[in-house]
Design a protein. Structure first.
Ligand SMILES: Cc1cc2nc3c(=O)[nH]c(=O)nc-3n(C[C@H](O)[C@H](O)[C@H](O)COP(=O)(O)O)c2cc1C
Length: 283
């Protein structure tokens, strides 16, 4: 049987995209192919695109996963793909997790970016997930996802991709244009909405020094290493608004006054977008 290598790269502040990346690794492992799994949020992970270039050869496959933030893949993933070298004959499978509001244009943008770099897209997936911004809610959008049915779909994507790699007669790469599935109104909004603008709209995180124990958990949980301790936590300019710093702050010293109000905004946005809350694979 033809052997190929898979590198699975993902970014996952709240852990759902990581779960999918692990599922991909586990499923591929059963077919005993060589696998590397890289977490972009882990400073020790070797996601340097220069070394990646030497590790991915023609016929190998890059699986790349991102959460959807404000309708796009997160900036570290966009940046990572934009720096990938020209990779003729290397396969790629982009996947996104989204919190039941809208999967936006993230998957399409990732697919197009990868195709422009010469990757052949063998498949893609948008995966329904619990909304990570509303972890405190009693009933967050996407609650209970990804569940078994979502995972089943991801497994059939993997099966199809493996088949395409090892058996050239099994099918072709997909045209990334099929990932351009959103209605015009969602695409138009995506042109003028992104994480930088959301950051400008959100008030800064507030620190209550009376409660803060300087335990450094906020800094450790920040997936972009954007919190310095001197000695109080200070949030830098690269905040992604994942809110891990607030979520994992045990003494509740960090807060954001707009976070509670986000639930209504997100529910309204969900109705406006009208995207069926589902996992979908493209093969
Ligand atoms: C700042 C922010 C923006 C988000 N924007 C969207 C969005 O536009 N559409 C959506 O459906 N979910 C959105 N989500 C939810 C995440 O896409 C979803 O929970 C994802 O699975 C999180 O991945 P992770 O657990 O790997 O971090 C957003 C979450 C955050 C924190």
């Amino acid at each position: 049987m033809k052997k190929f290598k898979s590198i699975i790269v993902y970014f996952s502040p709240a852990g759902t995209t990581r779960r999918i990346a692990d599922l991909i690794a586990k499923t591929l492992n059963k077919s005993s192919h060589e696998i590397e799994i890289l977490d972009m949020g882990d400073p020790c992970s070797d996601t340097d695109f220069h070394t990646l270039k030497n590790r991915l050869k023609e016929g190998d496959c890059l699986w790349i996963g991102s959460p959807i933030y404000t309708g796009h893949a997160v900036p570290p993933v966009e940046k990572f793909i934009s720096k990938l070298p020209e990779s003729k004959g290397v396969f790629a499978v982009p996947f996104v997790t989204y919190g039941a509001v809208t999967s936006g244009v993230g998957l399409y943008e990732m697919g197009m970016q990868l195709a422009r770099r010469g990757f052949l897209i063998l498949g893609a997936a948008k995966i329904l997930a619990i909304h990570s911004m509303l972890w405190f809610s009693k009933n967050p959008p996407g609650n209970g996802h990804p569940g078994q049915d979502d995972e089943k779909q991801v497994k059939s994507l993997i099966k199809s991709v493996v088949k395409k790699i090892i058996d050239p007669d099994a099918g072709n790469s997909i045209d990334p244009k099929i990932l351009n599935y959103q209605p015009i109104k969602v695409k138009e909004r995506a042109k003028t909405w992104n994480i930088t603008l959301l950051r400008q709209k959100m008030p800064p995180m507030k620190l209550d020094k009376k409660k803060c124990t300087k335990c450094s958990i906020c800094a450790e949980r920040c997936p972009v290493q954007n919190i310095s301790l001197n000695p109080w936590p200070k949030i830098g300019d690269n905040c992604l608004l994942c809110f891990n710093c607030i979520r994992y702050c045990e003494p509740k010293a960090l807060t954001n006054e707009n976070l509670g109000g986000m639930e209504d905004i997100i529910q309204t946005r969900m109705l406006e977008c009208g995207e069926p809350a589902e996992t979908k694979i493209f093969i």
